[in-house]
Design a protein. Sequence first.
Length: 221
Amino acid sequence: MDPTVTKEAAMTLLDTATDSPATPSKLGRKRDHTRDQEILDAALDVLAETGYDGMTIDMVAARAKAGKATVYRRWASKGELVVDAVACMKRNDVDLDSLPDTGTLRGDLLTMIKPHSIEEGEKKLQIMAGLMSMLTKDPDLAETVNAAIVEPRAAVYRAFMLRAVERGEISADSDIETLSHITPSMAAYRLLILRKPVDRAFLVALIDGVLLPAVGLAREP
């Protein structure tokens, strides 16, 4: 650069060069997220069928009829894809904006126990087994998995208990934050560690035998 050129002039020259049509645009192509749900569903199917170790991005892309590059633009690794897929599965089970209100804490909690077919239960068990395999290889994802699996359900329990406090059904001194994690954490432990299905009988036993007594409500006969 000519040493006689002032700093202001140099900046003007630089701006002019940057704005020149001959300069290629550095704006990347906007990502298309319209295929995300299909890819996430495909990831769950492949995970259930092959396990985490046998699962590949190629398999997921083929199942979703998407290009491998499309998948990698959205998820940098197999682990990230699995976590997002499981989180999406959990979010679909919970809608905080339209929670039922039966008038009692027990009634509200029981409405969240949805019937599942045997096939659905087996698939979820296989998915969670694959998730456990992933965590043994990448423990750093544990916090992400907790946020994806336990927290959405804990938020529902928290909302139900706060509502019970407002209507005077349970004491405001109840440790809602801790209690809201009991059932979701036990359900995750049963799936991930014990590799047993979380059925209605298990959830009702937790609600009646642990959660309700902890907030001072009598167990149902």
